[in-house]
Design a protein around this ligand. Structure first.
Ligand code: ATP
Ligand code: MG
Length: 437
């Protein structure tokens, strides 16, 4: 079982998570993902991928969506990236009972080349003065898709606002009520379960610092900020995030809540908090990897007792041992041969698709849920399904275990032997071809 990690320039966090997972001895190995172009439905060898870079490498996000389709658990959920603008975060937070500064999102100042006046007929001139008096002055102007404190400015009057708006280009800008906080709190969170509210001194250009004393914030304040952060992450599905709150007059204002790839670097968290982030992320990724395997087992544990209780009439088996003891080995060999043929004759990347195209129809038209004789009213179907090996197997088991009407054994055995020989021949020659080519 493997966990893959996609990384960018950062060195400390991804390396440390990989080392931690590999040292946990849980039957799960972690490594950096290697990519270089991907074919349609290429099998993804990872149960979990920790994504630290798709926000800047679009090819990664295309790959991760395909991986998610195959059942890989991607941290963070790649489909949520389309909703990670700050404005959406504020709206969602307010609905979740988190206080937000008054905020307005503005129409863009500039557009890609093809956009002209006709393209913008839904837009009405924005009343900037009205919006400024709504949020109050001074206020903050910042991008809705922001990060790294880029283009975040304090605005004192309309002229300043217009200056920054006119230079914002294609960015989507917001005006926001300025909160003059008593304390600023940043809360790295992992796995929608673990949150660590830390006193934070904001500063531009990555110079902001986490206070190295976890107790610098009073316990009650920490608990509240952690509770709000987890509430937000659980509602939106962030498995890693770093939320920012401005604390003022007993209220917690959500300032920056949607960080798809939060900064978890050693240089920011340092010794007081970095080991916490690494440990929680490694544990979470391993848990997700193992959960995939466990869930199959748990489903079986649930389904078997239900199957024992659900039938309206008790199930009575009438075992015919000679048939059962000869049919079981024959059915096993036939299915094994079918698997060998399937595995060697079908392109590996088409295998997942084949499950839908071949295996589902084989099962539904395999006399599993009804006996072959009941197809009598649809005579043509009754004839067509005779090419399906599963029909003979199901009818064989029907005769071995029940008193229900079934196909004659004179047909079941010879046809199953014939199919076994055919599949075996195709499988073995296919295997030889694969190995030698
Ligand atoms: N409404 C506000 N009131 C007061 N200060 C604010 C407000 N919004 C933003 N700031 C200040 O600007 C800083 C950067 O804003 P914000 O976090 O929204 O942008 P960012 O680009 O995500 O920055 P970073 O990557 O540093 O988190 C905040 O840390 C805070 O100090
Ligand atoms: Mg921020």
């Amino acid at each position: 079982m493997r966990i893959g990690v996609l990384r960018g320039r950062e060195n400390s966090f991804p390396d440390a998570v990989i080392a931690k997972v590999n040292s946990m001895d849980k039957g799960v190995a972690a490594e950096f993902v290697q990519l270089g172009g991907t074919k349609l439905n290429d099998p993804v060898p990872y149960r979990v991928i920790l994504d630290r870079m798709s926000h800047e490498v679009p090819y990664y996000s295309v790959y991760l969506k395909m991986a998610a389709l195959q059942g890989t658990y991607v941290i963070n959920n790649i489909f949520w990236r389309c909703a990670d603008d700050k404005f959406f975060g504020y709206c969602a937070a307010e609905k979740l009972g988190i206080k937000e500064p008054k905020t307005v999102v503005l129409p863009n100042r500039a557009y890609v080349e093809d956009v002209n006046d006709e393209s913008l007929r839904n837009l009405w001139p924005a009343d900037f003065e009205m919006y400024l008096s709504f949020v109050g002055l001074p206020c903050i102007m910042k991008p809705a898709f922001g990060g790294g404190w880029k283009d975040v400015n304090k605005i004192h009057n309309l002229e300043e606002m217009l200056f920054h708006y006119n230079t914002s280009g294609q960015k989507t800008m917001m005006l926001q009520e300025l909160i003059t906080w008593d304390a600023f709190i940043r809360v790295p969170t992992i796995g929608r379960r673990h949150a660590r509210a830390i006193r934070y001194d904001p500063a531009p250009l990555g110079r902001g610092g986490y206070n190295q004393d976890y107790d610098a914030l009073p316990r009650g304040m920490r608990d509240k900020a952690e509770e709000l952060s987890l509430r937000f992450n659980q509602a939106l599905g962030y498995d890693m995030n770093a939320l920012e709150f401005a604390f003022k007059d007993g209220k917690y204002y959500g300032i920056d809540l949607t960080n798809y790839t939060p900064d978890l670097d050693y240089r920011s968290l340092k010794d007081a908090h970095f080991p916490w982030a690494v440990e929680k992320m490694a544990e979470f990724a391993v848990e997700k990897a193992l959960w995939g395997a466990l869930s199959g087992l748990i489903s079986a544990l649930l389904v078997f007792p239900i199957a024992a209780v659900v039938p309206a009439t008790p199930v009575h088996l009438h075992v015919s041992w000679p048939i059962l003891l000869t049919l079981v080995p024959l059915a096993c060999v036939m299915c094994g041969a079918f698997g060998l043929m399937f595995g060697t004759r079908v392109e590996p990347r088409s295998v997942p698709a084949m499950f839908g195209i071949v295996l589902l129809p084989l099962t539904f038209l395999g006399a599993v849920y009804y006996s072959w004789a009941t197809l009598g009213p649809v005579q043509w179907l009754k004839v067509v399904v005779l090419v399906n090996p599963l029909v003979y197997m199901s009818e064989g088991f029907r005769s071995a275990l029940t008193t229900a009407p079934h196909m004659t054994l004179w047909a079941i055995y010879p046809v199953m032997i014939g199919f076994t020989a055919l599949f075996m021949w195709l499988g073995v020659t296919g295997f030889r071809k694969r190995v030698l080519s």
